[in-house]
Write a protein of this length. Structure first.
Length: 899
């Protein structure tokens, strides 16, 4: 990777006062955006208007707690082209919201998505759409899928209670399916699966189920099998419906009604096609066996009835629900959305198998003193607590903030307190988004999702509280925003464009917090950070076309980080004196700090091997649904900033001059790791704490090597001495910053002359999944571990599956029906050519998992195509920062400092 020396050199010289972390979100002013060309929500085309005159929301006067039981906040996660859009359009149609089924454009590249956004106003509807199904209210939250837009997925998953995974029956589990699956698993979200495109040549339901077992590491439980029927006068079969294994019925769809009419008919020993009946019986037996191994109620019923066929559908359904909620199993359905087959049972399953907001572990929040609290189980009196998970700029309405309410109720015109930015807000209007329309609503109740208009400073990930809530600092654990790994300069065309460009970038960041901005103090250049080339490309595109600013973008470069060298190294500066005169005023303070190098991902790579559905152990099953709670607790470590931990534990006790009192208190403090300020001050503890934290963050914002932000460090305050009025907040911050900078420079190794070697450069590391034909495995692995400096973590399915099977042989017997041999170009085959077919026969595909530095993944698309004759596919996401080896670091430093 080539990095122009000048830009980085100037970054090195950046002033410390410029608090230049990649997070410009600190200061948000109100942005008025006149020029945004987003389409409005209300469609011009009346054909899209909802059929019902009253919305589900207003026509059902449920009591609040009744309503919450009947709410489902779900998302659809899938590999691109699996049929997410097609399936969603069908759902909306069958729910009665669209009169005709929406068109699906083939090929759903992210560019299409952006274009669609503008042309069809999907920006708004796509974030969360509400529709009713069988007396339930379903909030469907969109999760677009492209690695560069991973924050889009992350922030949606954060507010989901359950997910539908759509798989392409021909392609099976794909690289990106694995990526989004793991993302959902990390958040402990219950999932159901829909194997789509069963009408296509080469569709393999059974094969896909087996891949879910081996590649996703879950327990797929088949609740439907495909109804494949012979075509008259040919050996070929056609996909005509599904068999419901619970009710033992055949489901068919009437094509005249575009699939709106579903016909159920019983499946018993008199059924004409005995093959179908026999397989259904096998599936039923397998289902009962699988459930009895995991659910006490089913084993009891089975021991009583002694007949797999005699257990009632409702009992099976209840067990499947329990086991799905605890992420123990994943029910698998099948269909062909494009042919209008299988969609209604999928919607039923959302209601039947996915959790209501109440059935999820309580959300976790943190008070300003760092104490974790559970949100949402305090009964009806609990105060409002909501999370903003998406901000969209609408030309007419201004910023639309999508929120999920975790406790209490958000009322129209309410005074709100944004505890993340510490600003007052007012909710002017509340909206519910429908398929192609919106409705104004008086309140958003607990467990629900809606849009707030009128918020000025609220960003993605912010917590909103009641304006009168005394818990001013209470914040929900935010949305994990990845730090940008690429950056490029944005050059306004003239000096009069500078201000508009900056404003526009800030507005963009408010929508998409995975973008970042900083101004290079030296050159005055504005640097825009993002997750990938496409991400920055699209951002620039939007600046020019949506915000109408005149700017050009410079070359894209990778963003590095710095840290102290050596895991576990502790560097201490016990007493740092600061005494300086600024504008004739003396500023003084004395502090002690320690800086410790944390063991992070790069120190323990081996342990980060796919932690597939971690809920799969027997112990978890018994806890029934409590599992996610433990997960969430793990995410709530000490205060985290960009991979650093900060510990400022100050005693509330005021400095004392009484010798004996101080001694006693000091003893107690030492035991708890708390610092009692000595000397004298009038500043209250919270002000001291903030000044200290600011000082630490300032020091962490640039490292000694090349001025990149520091990461993987734990900084603790160990001592604080104050000199009355001379110890101003500014003096305290400066003192702390200098002490921390010195500690990092020494790196616990004061004797080395070469301080450069006390620090190490970190580079972004990607989690890469490559899918190739067997014959190409050797070449591809050679390339990854050779030229690209990557490490291969796992190879193909064989080892994985063996390990898996051994682990739970006793408790889970996989069942997957045989796949139809149908391969011909029968009438059912769709126009979409199968890219998967080109990979060769499905069974000889192999999946390679590796960790590779981002810098050597540039241009991998073309390289992989060349290596595999165009058949290889890959997906990747940033997983963290890893240490650079010494030689590369030396070369890079030399190059950037312009030696
Ligand atoms: P998305 O990227 O997941 O949103 O996928 P789309 O819904 O855009 O579908 C991608 C392509 O697959 C489109 O050309 C659809 O027409 C096609 N498709 C979707 N569902 C089916 C199906 O059930 N059968 C067939 N044959 N094609 C389908
Ligand atoms: Mg789509």
């Amino acid at each position: 990777m080539q990095v122009p020396a000048g830009a980085i050199r100037s970054a090195v010289r950046q002033s410390t006062s410029a608090f230049s972390r990649w997070a410009s979100c600190q200061h948000h002013q109100q942005h008025r955006l006149h020029a945004r060309a987003t389409a409005s929500v209300t469609p011009a085309n009346k054909a899209f208007m909802p059929i019902q005159s009253t919305r589900w929301y207003s026509s059902h006067a449920h009591k609040a707690d009744e309503a919450i039981k009947n709410a489902r906040n779900i998302g659809i996660i899938a590999h691109i082209d699996a049929g997410k859009t097609t399936t969603t359009e069908r759902m909306l149609h069958y729910a009665g919201f669209t009169r005709r089924i929406g068109d699906v454009d083939s090929g759903d590249t992210i560019m299409d998505y952006m274009k669609q956004e503008r042309e069809r106003g999907i920006t708004i509807t796509s974030a969360a759409i509400t529709f009713g199904w069988k007396d339930h209210r379903i909030n469907l939250i969109d999760t677009p899928g492209h690695v560069d837009f991973t924050i889009e997925v992350e922030r949606s998953i954060r507010v989901l209670d359950g997910a539908v995974t759509i798989l392409d029956a021909v392609a099976g589990v794909e690289a990106q399916t694995e990526t989004v699956w793991q993302q959902a698993a990390r958040h402990g979200i219950p999932r159901i699966a829909f194997v789509n495109k069963m009408d296509r040549a080469g569709a393999g339901f059974g094969r896909t189920v087996r891949e879910m077992r081996t590649r996703l590491g879950c327990r797929p439980v088949v609740v439907q099998i495909p109804l494949m029927e012979s075509l008259q006068g040919s050996n070929d079969t056609q996909f005509n419906g599904v068999v419901d294994v619970l009710t033992m019925e055949v489901l068919r769809w009437d094509s005249n009604s575009k699939g709106a009419n579903m016909i159920r008919s019983p499946l018993d020993s008199n059924y004409a096609d005995q093959e179908v009946y026999q397989e259904a019986v096998k599936a039923r037996i397998a289902l009962v066996e699988q459930l009895s191994a995991l659910d006490e109620n089913i084993i009891e019923l089975f021991l009583t009835l002694e007949d797999h066929m005699a257990i009632e559908a409702k009992d099976l359904q209840a067990a499947i629900r329990r086991l799905t909620l605890s992420s123990t199993i994943v029910p698998v359905l099948c269909g062909a959305s494009f042919r209008n087959i299988g969609v209604q049972p999928l919607m039923d399953s959302v209601v039947d198998y996915l959790p209501s907001p109440e059935e999820r572990p309580a959300a976790l929040g943190r008070m300003s003193d760092g104490k974790a609290v559970e949100i949402g189980n305090g009964g009806p009196k609990e105060r409002l607590c909501a999370l903003a998970f998406k901000v969209v700029h609408d030309a007419r309405r201004g910023p639309m903030v999508f929120v999920r309410v975790y406790a209490g109720q958000l009322n129209e015109r309410a005074q709100l307190w944004n505890s993340s930015t510490h600003t007052k807000e007012r909710a002017n209007k509340l909206l519910q988004m429908y398929a192609m329309d919106v409705e104004e609503i008086p309140h958003i109740t607990k467990g629900n999702i809606g849009v707030v208009l009128g918020l000025k400073d609220t960003r993605t990930g912010d917590t909103l509280l009641d304006g009168h809530d005394p818990r001013k600092g209470l914040a929900l654990s935010g949305i994990k925003v990845p730090s940008p790994v690429f950056f490029a300069s944005i050059e306004p065309m003239s000096s009069s464009d500078e201000k508009p460009v900056e404003e526009a970038i800030k507005a963009l960041i408010r929508e998409d917090p995975s973008l970042g901005m900083r101004v290079d103090e030296e050159t005055g250049q504005t640097l825009l950070g993002g997750m990938g080339e496409l991400h920055l490309e699209v951002a620039k595109e939007r600046l020019v076309s949506d915000f109408k600013v005149k700017a050009e973008m410079g070359r894209m470069r990778i963003s590095f980080k710095e840290t102290m060298r050596g895991a576990g190294v502790v560097s201490e500066v016990p007493a740092w004196e600061y005494d300086r005169e600024i504008l004739g005023k003396r500023g003084r303070a004395r502090v002690g700090v320690t800086v410790e190098r944390l063991e992070r991902f790069d120190d323990q790579e081996d342990e980060r091997v796919p932690e597939s559905d971690s809920s799969s152990s027997k112990a978890e099953v018994d806890k029934k649904g409590k599992k996610g709670q433990a997960d969430a607790a793990i995410h709530m470590g000490p205060e985290e900033y960009d991979g650093n931990e900060i510990i400022v534990s100050l005693s509330e006790q005021s400095p004392s001059t009484d010798e004996a009192g101080t001694l006693a208190a000091a003893e107690k403090a030492a035991a708890t790791g708390t610092v009692i300020p000595s000397g004298s001050t009038d500043l209250p503890i919270p002000v001291l704490r903030t000044s200290i934290k600011n000082g630490i963050l300032s020091a962490l914002s640039r490292g000694p090597l090349l001025g990149y932000a520091q990461t993987h460090l734990k900084v603790s305050l160990t001592d604080l001495h104050l000199y009355g009025g001379e110890s101003t907040p500014a003096a305290i911050s400066s003192c702390v910053a200098a002490a921390v900078t010195e500690a990092i420079r020494l790196g616990g190794n004061p004797s080395t002359g070469d301080t450069d070697s006390n620090s190490v450069l970190l580079e972004p590391i990607m989690d890469v999944r490559v899918e190739v034909a067997e014959k190409d495995v050797g070449t591809v692995i050679g390339d990854i571990s050779g030229t690209r400096r990557g490490r291969v973590l796992s190879l193909g399915q064989d080892d994985d599956s063996a390990a898996q099977q051994e682990e739970d042989e006793t408790e889970f017997q996989l069942y997957a029906p045989p796949d139809s041999t149908y391969t011909g170009p029968g009438s059912a085959s769709s126009s979409s050519s199968s890219s998967a077919d080109a990979v060769g026969t499905m069974s000889d595909r192999r999946s390679i998992r590796a960790q590779v530095p981002l810098s050597s993944m540039l241009g991998y698309d073309a390289a992989l195509r060349a290596l595999t004759g165009g058949t290889g596919k890959f997906a990747m996401e940033v997983i963290g920062y890893g240490e650079m080896d010494f030689d590369r670091q030396r070369d890079l430093i030399k190059e950037m400092r312009g030696g």
